[in-house]
Design a protein around this ligand. Sequence first.
Ligand code: 3E9
Ligand code: MG
Ligand code: MG
Ligand code: MG
Ligand code: MG
Ligand code: MG
Length: 350
Amino acid sequence: MSQRLTVPPIYSPFEPAIHPSHAVIDQQTSAWAEKFGIGSEDLRTRLVTHEIGAFAARILPDGREEVVGILSDFVMWLFGVDDGCCEEGIAGADPHDLVPVLSRLIRVAQNPEAPMLPDDPLARGMRDLRGRIAAHATAAQATRWVDGLREYFLSLVWEAAHRSRGTMPALADYTMMRLYDGAASIISPVLEFAYGYELAQNDRDAHTVRALAEMAYFVISWDNDIFSFHKESRADRFVLNVIKVLEHEYGITPQQAMSVAISQRDRVLWLFLRLRERLLTSAGPELRTYLLSLGTFIRATQDWSISSRRYTTPDDPANLPTNFADTPTDTSNEPLPISPIAWWWGLLPD
Ligand code: 3E9
Ligand code: MG
Ligand code: MG
Ligand code: MG
Ligand code: MG
Ligand code: MG
């Protein structure tokens, strides 16, 4: 049995918030998973206890209730894929098996009317989600959501390639892929249509705005790796996690790797806050809402991660914190020594 690492309270400057309908939404998501048969019965029995509805309600505390419900069901669906197919399932051990499954699901997302996979639970769940999204999102937002799913699936295939050989990626490659593999990027179109607006494409794709979104995905993914390390170190399958990547990259212990990971996410979060502050001074109302939603999303992941049974694992309890710190451990302006993201620090004025 691997050791029990202690996770200290980590820095969070964002206010906690939750949609008032979280309990109802959580129940509806459990019923949705049952109706469509998401995951094996064993997996589903566990997933419905993870308070996925509360997670969605924290990401969109003031969002349209129906969209919070869509997000909640979609996160359930994502775990049906990520746990069910990739981390616990057979296909995730071989890219050759995984690619056809994910490619067909992408086509169903893009064209739900295509007569494909009529009896497949994940395909049926996807059709339902796609129809409900169409009722709230613009065509462009729905397309971005499908594109986000494709990026995420590419990262799953990349993971499966490592799993099939038992190889550990270098930190630079892990970082580049984890920006998508944490699934946070697929949520960004939902952050818009849950609040009934569409960000101008030129605003969303502006260099600094895209960098800020990537920084949020980084912090969300690193926080997930920090809080899910206990669960993942007990999995009987090979699971990638930044703690393991850092141990391998630098030849350090897991507890030292935990400190390095915390300092990396603190340095990125510190940069995020300063760059966001600068943009907020001139942002219009929609860009402003979007930039604030990224912070709410970061906090949502943190609050859900320290409270969900998925990570606290009461039968074999994780040493997770119960609160967050007011100050970061790393406020350096130097770029992290990670080539795919070092450019973020070049966005700071001299
Ligand atoms: C995350 O990585 C996998 C996603 C499918 C989780 C679904 C969550 C979101 C779409 C929002 C982003 C939030 C995160 C990253 C929790 P991983 O390490 O497989 O997640 P796990 O829960 O197993 O630690
Ligand atoms: Mg439940
Ligand atoms: Mg995963
Ligand atoms: Mg996982
Ligand atoms: Mg994890
Ligand atoms: Mg992984």
